[in-house]
Design a protein around this ligand. Structure first.
Ligand SMILES: [Zn+2]
Length: 65
């Protein structure tokens, strides 16, 4: 009974997605979790794919019991 894996602790696996740079049109691989960019990724031209903020705030209308 060493592992205490509650349901609240979900490890999300990052997925590599290809995004097209709007500046130079180059294909850039970014790490995403659930379709959201996890880490800032800089294109070769200098354009930065900004990481999306994590979903930590739950809408009250939904999750509150
Ligand atoms: Zn670019």
């Amino acid at each position: 009974m060493a592992a205490i894996d509650g349901c609240h602790e979900k490890l999300k696996v990052p997925v590599i997605e290809e995004r097209t740079c709007p500046q130079c049109g180059e294909t850039v691989e970014v790490y995403t979790v659930s379709g959201r960019i996890r880490d800032d990724e800089t294109c070769q031209c200098g354009y930065v794919f900004k990481a999306d903020p994590p979903l930590t705030v739950k809408p009250r209308s939904e999750a509150e019991a």
